[in-house]
Design a binder for this molecule. Sequence first.
Ligand SMILES: [Zn+2]
Length: 167
Amino acid sequence: MMIYLPMLKNVVGEYLTKLVGEEGVKVIKKLPKGEVTDEKIAEMTGVDLQTVRRTLYILYENRLAVYRRERNKESGWLTYLWKVDLHDIDLVLEAEMRKLLDRLQKRLEFERENVFYVCEEGHRVLFDVAVGANFMCSTCGKVLGHQDNAELINALGKRIDEIQAVL
Ligand SMILES: [Zn+2]
Protein backbone atom coordinates (compact mmCIF):
# COMPACT_ATOMS: atom_id res chain seq x y z
CA MET A 1 0.00 0.00 0.00
CA MET A 2 3.01 2.28 -0.02
CA ILE A 3 2.13 3.38 -3.53
CA TYR A 4 -0.88 5.06 -2.00
CA LEU A 5 1.15 7.68 -0.25
CA PRO A 6 0.35 10.67 -2.47
CA MET A 7 -3.36 9.89 -2.34
CA LEU A 8 -3.40 8.28 1.08
CA LYS A 9 -4.49 11.42 2.89
CA ASN A 10 -7.51 11.82 0.65
CA VAL A 11 -8.45 8.19 0.66
CA VAL A 12 -8.14 7.92 4.42
CA GLY A 13 -10.05 11.15 4.92
CA GLU A 14 -12.86 10.02 2.63
CA TYR A 15 -12.99 6.64 4.24
CA LEU A 16 -13.10 8.03 7.77
CA THR A 17 -15.77 10.56 6.85
CA LYS A 18 -17.91 7.79 5.40
CA LEU A 19 -17.30 5.70 8.49
CA VAL A 20 -17.82 8.18 11.31
CA GLY A 21 -19.19 11.34 9.69
CA GLU A 22 -17.74 14.84 9.79
CA GLU A 23 -18.22 15.27 13.53
CA GLY A 24 -16.46 11.96 14.04
CA VAL A 25 -13.51 13.08 11.94
CA LYS A 26 -13.33 16.19 14.11
CA VAL A 27 -13.06 13.90 17.12
CA ILE A 28 -10.29 11.86 15.52
CA LYS A 29 -8.31 14.93 14.45
CA LYS A 30 -8.28 16.41 17.94
CA LEU A 31 -7.68 13.20 19.83
CA PRO A 32 -4.92 13.25 22.39
CA LYS A 33 -2.28 10.55 22.26
CA GLY A 34 -2.58 7.71 24.73
CA GLU A 35 -5.51 6.52 26.78
CA VAL A 36 -8.40 8.83 27.42
CA THR A 37 -12.01 8.62 28.58
CA ASP A 38 -14.94 9.50 26.32
CA GLU A 39 -15.93 12.36 28.63
CA LYS A 40 -12.47 13.82 28.38
CA ILE A 41 -12.59 13.56 24.57
CA ALA A 42 -15.95 15.34 24.50
CA GLU A 43 -14.54 18.05 26.74
CA MET A 44 -11.41 18.49 24.64
CA THR A 45 -13.06 18.42 21.22
CA GLY A 46 -16.30 20.21 21.99
CA VAL A 47 -18.19 17.39 20.28
CA ASP A 48 -21.16 16.03 22.26
CA LEU A 49 -20.62 12.88 24.29
CA GLN A 50 -23.07 10.79 22.28
CA THR A 51 -21.22 11.51 19.03
CA VAL A 52 -17.89 10.82 20.70
CA ARG A 53 -19.15 7.44 21.94
CA ARG A 54 -20.66 6.57 18.59
CA THR A 55 -17.37 7.45 16.86
CA LEU A 56 -15.34 5.36 19.31
CA TYR A 57 -17.58 2.32 18.87
CA ILE A 58 -17.45 2.53 15.09
CA LEU A 59 -13.65 2.79 15.24
CA TYR A 60 -13.59 -0.13 17.66
CA GLU A 61 -15.73 -2.26 15.35
CA ASN A 62 -13.31 -1.51 12.55
CA ARG A 63 -10.31 -2.37 14.70
CA LEU A 64 -9.12 1.23 14.75
CA ALA A 65 -9.63 1.77 18.47
CA VAL A 66 -9.24 -0.25 21.62
CA TYR A 67 -10.45 0.26 25.15
CA ARG A 68 -9.54 -0.89 28.60
CA ARG A 69 -11.84 -0.99 31.61
CA GLU A 70 -10.66 0.28 34.91
CA ARG A 71 -12.61 0.03 38.16
CA ASN A 72 -12.47 2.90 40.55
CA LYS A 73 -11.54 1.39 43.91
CA GLU A 74 -13.64 3.83 45.92
CA SER A 75 -16.82 4.15 43.87
CA GLY A 76 -16.64 0.77 42.15
CA TRP A 77 -17.55 2.49 38.87
CA LEU A 78 -16.03 1.32 35.64
CA THR A 79 -14.09 3.75 33.56
CA TYR A 80 -13.45 3.08 29.89
CA LEU A 81 -10.09 4.21 28.71
CA TRP A 82 -9.95 4.54 24.96
CA LYS A 83 -7.07 4.55 22.61
CA VAL A 84 -7.45 5.24 18.93
CA ASP A 85 -4.90 3.60 16.71
CA LEU A 86 -5.10 4.36 13.01
CA HIS A 87 -1.98 2.32 12.37
CA ASP A 88 -3.89 -0.45 10.65
CA ILE A 89 -5.97 1.88 8.57
CA ASP A 90 -4.19 0.99 5.35
CA LEU A 91 -5.02 -2.66 5.95
CA VAL A 92 -8.62 -1.77 6.71
CA LEU A 93 -8.73 0.39 3.60
CA GLU A 94 -7.24 -2.31 1.46
CA ALA A 95 -9.82 -4.82 2.67
CA GLU A 96 -12.55 -2.24 2.01
CA MET A 97 -11.29 -1.66 -1.51
CA ARG A 98 -11.09 -5.36 -2.23
CA LYS A 99 -14.71 -5.72 -1.14
CA LEU A 100 -15.70 -2.83 -3.37
CA LEU A 101 -13.72 -4.29 -6.27
CA ASP A 102 -15.48 -7.61 -5.83
CA ARG A 103 -18.90 -5.91 -5.86
CA LEU A 104 -18.02 -3.92 -8.97
CA GLN A 105 -16.72 -6.97 -10.80
CA LYS A 106 -19.90 -8.92 -10.02
CA ARG A 107 -21.99 -5.97 -11.18
CA LEU A 108 -19.97 -5.67 -14.38
CA GLU A 109 -20.43 -9.34 -15.09
CA PHE A 110 -24.18 -9.01 -14.47
CA GLU A 111 -24.40 -6.04 -16.81
CA ARG A 112 -22.45 -7.82 -19.53
CA GLU A 113 -24.39 -11.05 -19.35
CA ASN A 114 -27.86 -9.58 -19.38
CA VAL A 115 -30.12 -7.52 -21.58
CA PHE A 116 -32.13 -4.80 -19.90
CA TYR A 117 -35.37 -3.05 -20.61
CA VAL A 118 -36.44 0.21 -19.10
CA CYS A 119 -39.54 2.42 -19.07
CA GLU A 120 -39.50 6.20 -19.22
CA GLU A 121 -39.84 6.34 -15.43
CA GLY A 122 -36.54 4.52 -15.13
CA HIS A 123 -37.90 1.18 -13.91
CA ARG A 124 -35.42 -1.36 -15.12
CA VAL A 125 -36.02 -5.06 -15.72
CA LEU A 126 -34.27 -8.00 -17.29
CA PHE A 127 -35.20 -9.07 -20.82
CA ASP A 128 -37.06 -12.17 -19.61
CA VAL A 129 -39.16 -10.10 -17.27
CA ALA A 130 -39.95 -7.62 -20.03
CA VAL A 131 -41.04 -10.43 -22.38
CA GLY A 132 -43.19 -11.97 -19.64
CA ALA A 133 -44.90 -8.63 -19.11
CA ASN A 134 -45.43 -7.99 -22.84
CA PHE A 135 -42.99 -5.09 -22.60
CA MET A 136 -45.24 -3.15 -20.24
CA CYS A 137 -43.72 -1.94 -16.98
CA SER A 138 -45.30 -3.78 -14.07
CA THR A 139 -44.58 -0.86 -11.77
CA CYS A 140 -46.06 2.03 -13.72
CA GLY A 141 -47.71 0.46 -16.79
CA LYS A 142 -45.60 2.36 -19.33
CA VAL A 143 -43.89 0.79 -22.32
CA LEU A 144 -40.54 -0.90 -21.80
CA GLY A 145 -37.82 -0.28 -24.34
CA HIS A 146 -34.38 -1.80 -24.77
CA GLN A 147 -31.70 -0.10 -22.71
CA ASP A 148 -28.19 0.29 -24.01
CA ASN A 149 -25.97 -0.26 -20.98
CA ALA A 150 -22.64 0.17 -22.81
CA GLU A 151 -21.97 3.43 -21.01
CA LEU A 152 -22.57 1.85 -17.62
CA ILE A 153 -20.32 -1.09 -18.53
CA ASN A 154 -17.67 1.38 -19.58
CA ALA A 155 -17.92 3.33 -16.33
CA LEU A 156 -17.76 0.17 -14.24
CA GLY A 157 -14.70 -1.01 -16.15
CA LYS A 158 -12.97 2.31 -15.59
CA ARG A 159 -13.70 2.27 -11.85
CA ILE A 160 -12.38 -1.30 -11.62
CA ASP A 161 -9.17 -0.32 -13.42
CA GLU A 162 -8.69 2.62 -11.07
CA ILE A 163 -9.01 0.43 -7.99
CA GLN A 164 -6.82 -2.33 -9.39
CA ALA A 165 -4.14 0.23 -10.16
CA VAL A 166 -3.70 1.07 -6.50
CA LEU A 167 -4.20 -2.35 -4.95
ZN1 LIG B 1 -42.18 1.97 -15.09
